[in-house]
Design a protein around this ligand. Structure first.
Ligand SMILES: [Zn+2]
Length: 554
């Protein structure tokens, strides 16, 4: 069985001088990642590929009459950042949700909903969350009238901040068949006016009449969400993103966008664990685009749940919930069988594993399906999150060549309560990036957006400080696990690319690689750590094309 182990390298060997470059970035400081020392000078791009990186003088040979030249004036350039574990379509969906947290009046809720509706095709559902009438001068529950008048052509569903009530407009009530004759369900209530007509507010179980009845988004809406999410990422310096767990309908949206040439970002997709979907793809084989714009060669599995809700599977009970061991959500046999199928069909496997038992079982399953190292390592299988591990298993993960796909901002989000869940001893193997590297393992970094924000500078900051944005705790949480600036950048570039089989194309600034890069307003490798979260991407390039330009930048 032939397995494609790497994506194709550059199709043409770089030539010097004979053909002019399309673009030269000059007078900059380039962080190549592939080599430790920065390069002061210029970078030239032809046909989307880096053809020169070196002193400014050497770039002159690449300048022709049509070459665009960008003056960097000493600004820093890194490879485009890569999020090794994210959910691009999920981000698009989240970005389209109307955020109503902190609204100070019903009028503001109506205004924001109308603005969101204006961005959507007529008939598409407007969904929002976060209103709280206790924050308004008028503290009664709202009535649908003003909302229905402002948004007549889209059904609207707005959850209250606590998720226990929601407001609908008239169009939504019409589509759901809600009227004066609709009885209250057990455990729920439709608020009504003096004539018994629903006011639009649904309480508790009455919300079930809506759930499951909102039709799935149209292909057009999905494509719009992908574009929205891609633009959001590009503006923050991400040039490659992942979608960890894509269904058939999600794939269709990516396909349509890519076929139309409208996918502005590089995307690597992992298939969701669905029998029919996997049977189809395992028969067809991975999708490996020679330019690496859209890749489908991974399968996402789940070993267990999450730590916050005590669904992560632990070897010993939760420290703050005696007797609770969490849950395995997939059997070891199933994980092993899917992994074997993936191996035969040339796919990667990424297993979500949070608790130490989740990780233990995931490692057992993958180990059983892997050929012995080093052949096993070449499959580039991954453990997603690798969040709380027994120290033996950190070693085993590295020995098997499994990639630890970890999210620095998870550590800083979870640090206020993670110790309560697992206790001091198990914290030794929690969010243990340094131990992964020390064991000889490889770290691919990401954010899990939209669970965390799609801003890689926040990941870089968390990785090097283990602090929240207020600089707490002093010195960092479990500070022995902090990464150096260079290690963090490598995790968000070259090693993330490796974890997606994209390292021959992107992830570093090298002649022959595709020109995915970011020009920063300040140098990410030089600014004080506290300034890393406020770094701005002035310019973002994918395949040598400017796909984001910050307003008021040259
Ligand atoms: Zn995820």
């Amino acid at each position: 069985m032939a397995i494609l182990l790497t994506t194709a390298g550059p199709a043409v060997a770089p030539t010097y001088g004979e053909d002019a470059a399309d673009l030269i970035l000059e007078h900059g400081v380039f962080h190549p990642v592939a080599t430790p020392q920065p390069v002061t000078g210029s970078l030239a791009v032809r046909d989307g590929v880096i053809v020169y990186l070196g002193a400014d003088a050497g770039a002159a040979a690449f300048a022709g009459p049509d070459t665009e030249r960008v003056e960097l004036a000493g600004r820093a350039v890194t490879p485009g950042l890569i999020d090794a574990h994210s959910h691009l379509l999920g981000l698009g969906t989240a970005l389209q949700q109307v955020d109503l947290v902190g609204t100070e009046s019903y009028a503001e809720v109506v205004r924001r909903s109308a603005e969101a509706a204006a961005e959507l095709p007529a008939g598409a559902w407007v969904q929002g969350r976060g209103w709280d009438q206790n924050d308004w001068t008028e503290k009664d529950f709202p009535r649908h009238g003003p909302l229905s008048a402002a948004v007549p052509d889209h059904p609207v569903w707005l959850s209250r901040v606590d998720g226990h009530a929601a407001l609908l407009n008239q169009r939504a009530m019409d589509e759901l068949g809600l009227g004066a004759a609709t009885p209250d369900p057990p455990g729920g209530r439709f608020l009504r006016d003096a004539d018994g007509r629903p006011t639009g507010v649904l309480v508790d179980n009455a919300m079930d009449v809506v759930r499951g009845k909102i039709p799935p988004p149209s292909a057009e809406l999905r494509a719009q969400r992908l574009r929205l999410a891609a633009e959001h990422c590009l503006a923050r310096g991400l040039t490659t993103v992942t979608d960890m767990g894509v269904s058939a309908v999600g794939l269709a949206a990516y396909d349509a966008l890519a076929a139309a040439g409208e996918l502005p970002i590089r995307a690597a997709l992992f298939l969701t664990d669905d029998d029919a979907l996997l049977a189809h793809w395992f028969a067809a084989g991975p999708r490996i685009d020679p330019t690496g714009r859209l890749t489908v060669r991974g399968v996402k599995l789940y070993a267990d749940g999450a730590l916050g809700s005590r669904g992560a599977a632990l070897v010993e009970p939760y420290s703050d919930d005696a007797g609770n061991l969490g849950l395995l959500v997939t059997s070891e046999d199933h994980m092993r069988e899917v992994a074997e199928g993936a191996r035969q069909a040339g796919f990667q496997v990424g297993v979500h594993a949070i608790g130490d038992r989740g990780n233990l079982v995931a490692l057992d399953a993958l180990q059983a399906a892997l050929p012995a190292p080093p052949a096993g390592a070449e499959l580039r299988w991954r453990i997603e999150h690798a969040q709380v591990m027994r120290l033996d298993d950190v070693q085993r993960m590295a020995r098997l060549g499994l990639i630890a796909s970890m999210q620095p901002t998870h550590a800083t989000s979870d640090m206020p309560w993670a110790g309560d869940r697992v206790g001091a001893r198990r914290l030794g193997g929690a969010y243990a990036w340094r131990k992964v590297l020390d064991a000889g393992g490889r770290l691919a970094l990401g954010s899990d957006f939209p669970v965390e924000r799609a801003a890689p500078v926040l990941g870089l900051y968390a990785a090097v400080t283990r602090q929240d944005l207020d600089g707490q705790p002093p010195g960092g949480w479990l500070p022995g696990e902090r990464l150096s600036r260079a290690e963090a950048l490598r995790g968000f570039t070259l090693d993330a690319a490796y974890s997606l089989f994209l390292d021959s194309l992107v992830g570093s600034l090298e002649v022959g690689k595709r020109a995915d890069l970011v020009v920063w307003d300040r140098d990410p490798m030089q600014v004080p750590a506290a300034d890393v979260p406020s770094l701005q991407a002035d310019l973002t390039l994918v395949d040598g094309k400017v796909v984001h330009r910050r307003r008021s930048t040259p």
